[in-house]
Design a protein. Structure first.
Length: 183
């Protein structure tokens, strides 16, 4: 099978189910941003600090593929063979968040991203996750979208934020509080 088909050369693509839409369509933007997020999760997964967390990252990436396939399907013609996003996927993130938060100091102010490349990569992935969430919400305002997709992206961004703090703790990097300017 060739990687190029030339069917998108005019700026259109096919959704699962056969309908053709412009590549600028909100649905294409949504699954494209989820794909971008999956690549950023790969960067976070590949950080040596995350060797013990490989199974959760693989599950996150597999879940993002499920999400991408659901978003890439024509909402009126979703094939029965497509997997569904499960409540357990969301619960797994919540459990991981709770475990890390139990070991972190209470947050008393906003913190600036950074302090170590591993921390910064988590914050980059978090920011892309928030953008993916916004694109899916925008799509949901116009078309049917599985509600669990929005919940999962919201929880994943929370997970990535807490993970950034947790990795900072593992690297013994001090969090830098944001101090608003005085008027």
């Amino acid at each position: 099978m060739k990687i190029y088909t030339k069917t998108g050369d005019q700026g259109n693509t096919s959704l699962i189910g056969g309908i053709r839409v412009p590549k600028s369509h909100d649905r294409v933007e949504a699954y494209g941003t989820v794909d971008e997020l999956n690549s950023f999760i790969g960067i976070v997964r590949d950080m040596s600090v995350n060797e013990t967390r490989q199974s959760i990252f693989q599950h996150i990436q597999e879940t993002l593929f499920v999400m991408g396939s659901l978003l890439a399907a024509d909402p009126g013609k979703k094939p029965s063979y497509l997997p569904d996003l499960q409540e357990e996927d969301i619960l797994q993130l919540e459990q991981a968040i709770d475990q890390m938060q139990d070991e972190l100091p209470e947050m008393k102010h906003f913190i600036l991203p950074g302090g170590h490349p591993d921390v910064s990569n988590c914050h980059l992935a978090r920011a892309v996750c928030r953008r993916a969430e916004r694109t899916v919400v925008r799509l949901h305002e116009k078309e049917e979208v599985d509600a669990n997709i929005i919940v999962y992206l919201n929880r994943l961004s929370d997970y990535l934020f807490v993970l950034a703090r947790y990795i900072g703790k593992e690297h013994q990097v001090a969090e830098i509080p944001w101090k608003p300017r005085k008027k």
